[in-house]
Design a protein around this ligand. Sequence first.
Ligand code: SF4
Ligand code: SF4
Length: 103
Amino acid sequence: MTKVKKFEHIVTSHGEPGPGDGGRTGSWRVLRPVIDLDRCIPAKRNKMACFTCWLFCPDGVITRTIPPQINLEYCKGCGICAAECPAKAILMIEESHFITEEE
Ligand code: SF4
Ligand code: SF4
């Protein structure tokens, strides 16, 4: 068994499959998580490391990739990822901040 496979057997806060199980919960969001790639450990080091956000997200909407990505269609904005990130790399920003940018 490879190291990666062992890592994948860690029990996370979400069972599979994850995204979409609770419907399109992205519409609930008041605050949007934004990852600061200058602080995010795997993004900074270009290594498969950390991913605490992926581990704790209750909806399984964060990828275990470099850099991690958040599926905003299903992210409900709970802020658990930001609270758990050891590098304080996730900022929770008011959705209203993005309205003009996306329209
Ligand atoms: S928990 Fe923070 S530092 Fe770790 S992968 Fe997620 S955003 Fe990056
Ligand atoms: S705020 Fe973070 S922990 Fe909460 S659903 Fe969105 S990505 Fe997951």
